[in-house]
Design a protein around this ligand. Structure first.
Ligand SMILES: Nc1ncnc2c1ncn2[C@@H]1O[C@H](COP(=O)(O)OP(=O)(O)OP(=O)(O)O)[C@@H](O)[C@H]1O
Ligand SMILES: [Mg+2]
Length: 234
């Protein structure tokens, strides 16, 4: 198994927020091909805001984001998508009025579900509900649906905002397996997570946020479970 080490996405001095409220006060980080960067922090510290900045749904007040060494500038989200970025937000992850199957093919040229075969095999609950309105799924099942869609997209980098929220433990373990398989093929991920076991299974490096600032950053091996849990205590 060979992992390329080229820088894929890099951000520095990232400041951003809403109106005249600064949420992020200068964040540096990045991720390489085949690597997973975890983002950890208590509620309201700015994790989702960081994801929105990286995805292009929010413009930074200042700072830089680069893609393969080139300035990402203020590229619109669809242009970032063309370059190879996928984004699965924390909330409103599926189209409730569409069927599960339609949610999976919406962004594709054809209605062919074959690319989803391994995922539907891993998560039979989704397969059983293909014809059902996505709005009838539980919160955790919606998260799984969004996860499957993003993984099958096969983008170079996927941003996942709390993908395991509400998902059953056995499925969380399967999600970790599927993520590691994609990473072994060279895909990169930036994942906001509160589930420490999941995070420990998938992350290569970690960035910890508190009050809009980075309070710890490093390789996965530098963070045992107790240290991780300490960052979530108030
Ligand atoms: N659209 C918005 N307009 C104004 N303020 C916002 C908006 N979205 C988030 N905020 C504020 O920005 C701060 C950071 O929110 P953010 O959603 O980035 O935190 P988070 O770390 O993702 O939290 P959580 O763990 O609850 O998902 C919070 O104080 C929040 O109230
Ligand atoms: Mg959030």
């Amino acid at each position: 198994m060979s992992k390329a080490s080229a820088d894929l996405l890099c951000f520095s001095g990232l400041r951003g927020g809403y109106g005249d409220t600064t949420v992020l006060k200068g964040i540096d980080g990045g991720v390489r091909e085949g690597q997973t960067l975890g983002i950890l922090g208590r509620n309201g510290v700015g994790k989702t805001t960081l994801m929105r900045l990286l995805a292009g749904y929010l413009q930074p007040f200042s700072g830089e984001i680069s893609w393969k060494g080139k300035d990402y500038g203020r590229l619109a989200p669809f242009k970032r998508s063309r370059l190879g970025l996928a984004y699965s937000p924390q909330e409103q992850v599926v189209f409730d009025e569409l069927s599960v199957a339609d949610n999976l093919v919406l962004h594709l040229d054809s209605r062919d579900l074959s690319r989803y075969a391994p995922y539907l095999q891993a998560f039979p609950r989704l397969k059983e509900r293909l014809r059902q309105r996505a709005g009838t799924l539980s919160g955790g099942e919606k998260k799984l649906l969004a996860f499957v869609r993003v993984l099958a997209e096969g983008k170079a980098l996927s941003l996942l905002d709390e993908p395991t929220e509400g998902v059953q433990q056995e499925n969380i373990d399967l999600m970790a397996d599927l993520l590691r398989q994609r990473a072994a093929q060279g895909a990169a991920f930036i994942i906001v997570e509160q589930n420490l076991e999941f995070l420990r299974q998938v992350m290569d490096s970690l960035l910890v946020l508190d009050h809009g600032q980075c309070v710890a950053q490093g390789r996965a091996a530098e963070f045992d479970r107790a240290r991780l849990a300490g960052f979530l205590h108030v």
